[in-house]
Design a protein around this ligand. Structure first.
Ligand SMILES: NC(=O)c1ccc[n+]([C@@H]2O[C@H](COP(=O)([O-])OP(=O)(O)OC[C@H]3O[C@@H](n4cnc5c(N)ncnc54)[C@H](OP(=O)(O)O)[C@@H]3O)[C@@H](O)[C@H]2O)c1
Length: 241
């Protein structure tokens, strides 16, 4: 992955039908990678897949609701039947289901459970399932979408406690998994895209989608020896936890 030609690489992007996931799918397919788009909504997924295929890009749609473990297993089986290995897994799909006034003291446990099931459990199971195909690659990377709200070593930047805790948990997963895989070909990163104008980020966000995917492009295209596994990246640099 020394240059920005990703021909021959297979990349999986979860939550690929809109926001940062759609933009990353486009960017990597433009670099000649084959990109599996994992989407929850089949209608929107098919629309976006067609939009990209009409532009001559190599993408393949797979449908999974990451809240449902069996969906992840089914998508894994489909991809394993088509590919001997996967080079990059981008765990981008995520939700913030909380109202701005949510605090720990009024946090709804059902909303917390859904948030953790999607942002953490689904992400963890996706890693578990695809590890075999990643280990088969000559050199592989897992990129976990976290958030500045998941950081523990800085002053709080906002509320959304359940979302924040789910992202801190993603960071803990990155650290643990990177340690387990330290002697393998698979590097594992967390990243914070910044505050980006998407449905999740909202219209007040200062940054555009292209700025939000820059660090992912870096983590996918930079030579492996320049990247530290088990670290948390933002703006192409290692961020504190
Ligand atoms: N935007 C920001 O300011 C910001 C800041 C820090 C971190 N992030 C992180 O960046 C990632 C991408 O966010 P975004 O801003 O691009 O958000 P977005 O525009 O709201 O897109 C979220 C994507 O995740 C998918 N998704 C949600 N729940 C899913 C599920 N159960 N199964 C499968 N897919 C699911 C959505 O699919 P549907 O269309 O089916 O809902 C959508 O494709 C998230 O992990 C987010 O936490 C974003």
């Amino acid at each position: 992955m020394e240059n920005k030609n990703l021909k021959g690489k297979t990349i999986i992007v979860t939550g690929a039908n809109r926001g940062l996931g759609k933009a990353m799918t486009y960017a990597f397919a433009k670099m000649d990678a084959f990109v599996y788009m994992i989407c929850r909504d089949p209608i929107m997924g098919k629309q976006v897949e067609k939009e990209f295929i009409d532009q001559g890009l190599n993408v393949g749609l797979k449908i999974a609701d990451l809240e449902k473990i069996e969906d992840i297993g089914n998508v894994y089986n489909e991809i394993a039947a088509e590919k001997e290995y996967v080079d990059v897994l981008i765990n981008n799909a995520g939700v913030n289901l909380e109202e701005p006034e949510t605090r720990i003291e009024n946090l709804d446990l059902n909303i917390l459970k859904r948030t953790m099931d999607i942002n953490f459990r689904g992400l963890l199971y996706t890693c578990q399932k695809f590890l075999y195909l990643l280990k088969n690659a000559p050199e592989a990377r897992i990129i976990n979408f976290s958030s500045g709200l998941g950081q523990l070593t800085v002053p709080r930047m906002g509320y959304y406690p359940g979302y924040s805790i789910s992202k801190t948990t993603v960071n803990a997963l990155t650290k643990n998994l990177a340690y387990e895989l330290k002697d393998t070909n698979v590097k594992v990163f967390s990243m914070d895209p910044g505050w980006i104008k998407t449905r999740l980020g909202g219209p007040e966000a200062p940054l555009e989608i292209e700025e939000g995917i820059d660090t992912t492009i870096y983590l996918v295209t930079e030579p492996a020896e320049n990247l530290e596994t088990g670290e948390f990246y933002k703006e192409r640099k290692i961020l504190g936890w």
